[in-house]
Every structure is written in structure tokens, then in C-alpha cells.
Design a protein around this ligand. Structure first.
Ligand code: NAD
Length: 279
């Protein structure tokens, strides 16, 4: 389970990650034409020569596909479950696909960006709700699901829309970012249900709804995805055609346009969901 590797992070006791500066081992960048790959004897997954797959079909094996699957698997989604996925970014959209694959009977997706919700409905055939457009969506979902979701998968994390207080507290480093998505997960999971947190959160939080989780017997699961661990299984599904993530690609750009690519992803311009950079 390499995401908790003991050796690759000299800075603190987690695994090492490319592109997270000092927090996860100080490995610079992940998006360059060339880069030095630490532990290069372990990290690569060999795609057989005769696989007859396009690069784009296997590209997402390197992060978001195993991450999304991890969220579903770690959340224990099983046949007949009602699953709510918070977030319709690349990770959330793939988590929705995997929730169906695990046998969920109902998959509900939440976001506040309409074009992403539309994509979720069209490509993943999920029920969708815009949390800014429905009054008291938490209560509505509790009623809709007759007591809450079996599993809620938080594919949002600290970048969720911040309240004014969270903005101030985050600036003062009293708060590790927004708890908006997590609070929603806590409110809409059923008693004895599970929250699986995939979205990345900051270190410290005030007003964490601890008692609300405790008194309703909620299981909380989370963490950095052990991506390499899941690659062989997911590769099989790609090869057999059981899983195809390419519908999330909205833009293909040369690496020279990387700044523009980040901008449209960040601002959610031009209906951007996922950009593939071509070296
Ligand atoms: N755990 C891991 O190992 C791992 C690996 C890769 C990515 N991630 C994390 O997964 C998360 C999702 O990644 P992504 O690429 O899909 O990001 P993204 O920013 O494209 O998607 C997040 C989506 O959540 C929506 N959103 C914002 N506030 C919300 C709320 N309160 N409720 C519901 N939806 C809300 C946004 O509009 C956006 O569409 C990020 O936090 C990313 O860092 C985790």
C-alpha cells in the first residue's frame, strides 16, 4: 500500500508524492516533458505490447482512476447500496462509474456547476442535484433516500465553496479549508452508514461534526489512494472494455499551453472537466 510508504517521504510519516512540494517528500512537479522518477524500479506499470489500447484509455490509471475506485472500494460500496458522490470533477465522475460497477442500486451526484452535473447525468446516468439550487438539500436527500445514503463519497475536499467565516479562518490558518462538503456528507449519510473521503483536506479543523458522527454510528474512511496497488485490476477492466474513462476528457492541449490549461480547469471555463496535455 504505497500511499503510506515508509521510505519515500523524508519530511513526514506519509508516502512521497510528486508535485506536493515539501509536504509529501519534496518531489518537484509531475507535469514536465522530462522528469526524474524516484523509485523508478517500482512505480511503472507495464502495458503489454499487444494491448491495442490508445494512450488516453490508460492515462488515468496513473492517478484519478485508482483514486476514484479507492473511494468506492474503501467505502465498502456493495450490491443494492444507495451511494451519494459529492463532486462531479474528474474523480467524482469516475467514482460514480465505479459505484454502479460495484452494484449500487442508486447513485446520486452533487455539485454546483451545472455543466458538470449535466455530464454526470448524460455519461453516468446518475441522479443529479445542484446544492445551490435546492433549498435544504441535505434534508431533501434524507427524505429521498428514506434515511440517508449507505455510502457517501466525498470527492471535493478542502476546495469546497467556503463560507465567509471559513475564508477568514483559513487565511488565519485556524482552519484547513472548507468543511462544506464533509458537513454535507455527515448530514446525508444514514445511521451506521459510511463516509469515504477522497478529496484532500487540510490539517486542522474547527467545528468538526464529531458528535454528529459518533451518535449516529458513522464509519469514517479516508486517505491517500494506493494507486499502484489498484493498477493491475483496473487495467484488466480497461482492456475488457468494462471501464472507459475517456468521456471526461474535454480538452487536448500541447504542453506549451499548460498555463491556459490550468486556468480553464481552475475557473471551470469552457466547460472544462479534464485536460490532457500532449508533450
Ligand atoms: N485521496 C487521494 O489519493 C487523491 C488523489 C487524487 C485526487 N484527490 C483529490 O480529489 C478531489 C477531487 O479531484 P478533482 O480532480 O475531481 O477536482 P475538481 O476540483 O475538478 O472537482 C471537485 C468538484 O467538487 C465541486 N464542489 C465544490 N464544492 C462542493 C460541495 N460542497 N459539494 C459538492 N460538490 C462540490 C466543484 O464544483 C468541482 O466540480 C481533490 O481534492 C483532489 O485533490 C485525492
Amino acid at each position: 500500500m504505497e500511499s503510506q510508504c515508509d521510505k519515500s517521504n523524508d519530511v513526514k510519516d506519509t508516502g512521497g508524492y510528486l508535485g506536493y512540494s515539501d509536504t509529501y517528500g519534496g518531489y518537484m512537479g509531475g507535469q514536465a516533458e522530462l522528469l526524474r522518477v524516484p523509485y523508478g524500479n517500482f512505480v511503472p506499470f507495464v502495458v503489454p505490447e499487444d494491448a491495442e489500447l490508445e494512450d488516453e484509455q490508460i492515462l488515468f490509471l496513473s492517478d484519478i482512476m485508482p483514486t476514484a475506485y479507492w473511494g468506492v472500494d474503501n467505502g465498502g460500496v456493495k450490491k443494492g447500496d444507495t451511494v451519494v458522490v459529492l463532486g462531479c470533477g474528474p474523480v467524482g465522475l469516475l467514482a460514480q462509474k465505479f459505484a454502479w460497477k460495484k452494484g449500487a442500486k442508486r447513485v446520486i451526484a452533487i455539485d454546483h456547476v451545472d455543466y458538470r452535473l449535466k455530464h454526470a447525468k448524460k455519461c453516468n446516468h446518475v441522479e443529479t442535484y445542484n446544492f445551490e439550487a435546492v433549498d435544504d438539500l441535505d434534508q431533501y436527500l434524507l427524505e429521498l433516500t428514506k434515511g440517508g445514503a449507505d455510502v457517501v463519497i466525498d470527492c471535493v475536499g478542502l476546495e469546497a465553496k467556503r463560507t465567509p467565516i471559513e475564508k477568514v479562518e483559513t487565511t488565519l490558518k485556524l482552519q484547513g479549508g472548507s468543511l462544506g462538503a464533509f458537513n454535507m456528507a455527515a448530514n446525508i449519510v444514514r445511521k451506521f452508514g459510511t463516509i469515504s473521503v477522497v478529496g484532500v483536506y487540510g490539517l486542522t479543523y474547527n467545528m468538526f461534526p464529531f458528535g454528529h458522527l459518533f451518535e449516529r454510528n458513522i464509519t469514517l474512511k479516508m486517505g491517500l489512494a494506493p494507486v499502484i496497488h489498484y493498477m493491475p485490476k483496473l487495467f484488466e477492466w480497461i482492456q475488457s472494455g468494462e471501464m472507459d474513462a475517456t468521456d471526461i476528457i474535454t480538452h487536448r492541449l500541447p504542453i506549451t499551453e499548460v498555463a491556459h490549461a490550468y486556468q480553464i480547469f481552475d475557473n471551470k471555463d469552457d466547460q472544462c472537466i479534464k485536460v490532457v496535455l500532449k508533450p
